[in-house]
Design a protein around this ligand. Structure first.
Ligand code: SF4
Ligand code: SF4
Ligand code: SF4
Length: 236
């Protein structure tokens, strides 16, 4: 049984503690950023941000509503990125059996820029990024060093609102269903994002496209690359 996150976005205040905790734990340097007219900062996931709290605002009726989405790798049960990478270099992407964590290894530095694009396009959630200095592919690693030492991931540890939850998969699925039932009392469109495909389950209080274009896999049209990678990963 793998480890699973439940990210209950209905509780997120966008304090960005999780984003900073991730940077601190992995000693990721700051980015030079600019005001782009939004509180979201930096503008996108990048080699120095494995986690990014996304901000979206929508005019609904006569009210402006904020939607917060703490984005990270979903640690897919059958990772398309691994299926795609295996066609290029075996072992560039691995999955830890005990936790389900999907890890990009040092071998990923041997992938060319075109190879990296191929792997990135296989991801239904647009997660992989390339560190141009080392050539390595990078993303959230489920804090596997902490988890193997019996600790929870840094982003879960610091979250002050109960948005970030982590534990055994069956426990997190049960918690997700329980919270969904409660949230639906006031938010009828609430849903769980791809709960049976991933180990990072989001509880959304509204339609997925209001949060982020890649909040659910179905928001991404299945192209030839991720279809091939998914099939290969499932049979391999
Ligand atoms: Fe949201 Fe928790 Fe992250 Fe703060 S620490 S932005 S409440 S998920
Ligand atoms: Fe790979 Fe993307 Fe799934 Fe993460 S979310 S395991 S990068 S396919
Ligand atoms: Fe960062 Fe660890 Fe959270 Fe992944 S699990 S986003 S590596 S703090």
């Amino acid at each position: 049984m793998s480890k699973t996150f439940l990210i209950d976005t209905t509780r997120c205040t966008a304090c960005r503690g999780c984003q900073l905790a991730c940077k601190e734990w992995y000693e990721l340097p700051a980015n030079k950023t600019f005001q782009t007219g939004t509180h979201q900062n930096p503008p996108d996931l990048n080699p120095n941000n494995y986690k990014l709290v996304r901000f979206s605002e929508h005019l609904i009726g006569d009210k402006v509503e904020w939607y917060f989405f703490p984005d990270q790798c979903r640690h897919c049960l059958n990772p398309p990125c691994q299926g795609a990478a295996d066609t290029l270099i075996e072992g560039a992407v691995i999955q830890d059996e005990a936790t389900g964590a999907v890890i990009f290894t040092e071998k990923s530095a041997k992938l060319s820029k075109d190879d990296f694009e191929y792997v990135r396009e296989s991801c239904p959630y647009n997660i992989p990024r390339r560190d141009e200095k080392s050539g390595r592919m990078v993303k959230c690693v489920m804090c596997i060093d902490r988890v193997q030492a019996g600790m929870v991931p840094a982003c879960v540890k610091v979250c002050p609102t109960g948005t970030m939850n982590f534990g055994e998969r069956d426990e997190m699925l049960a918690l997700a269903e329980k919270r969904l039932a409660k949230v639906r009392e006031t938010h009828p469109d609430a849903m769980l994002a791809d709960p049976y495909d991933v180990n990072v389950i989001y509880l959304l209080g509204d339609k997925p496209e209001r949060y982020h274009e890649h909040s659910v896999a179905s928001a991404t049209p299945m192209n030839r690359k991720n279809l091939f990678a998914t099939v290969r990963s499932a049979v391999g």
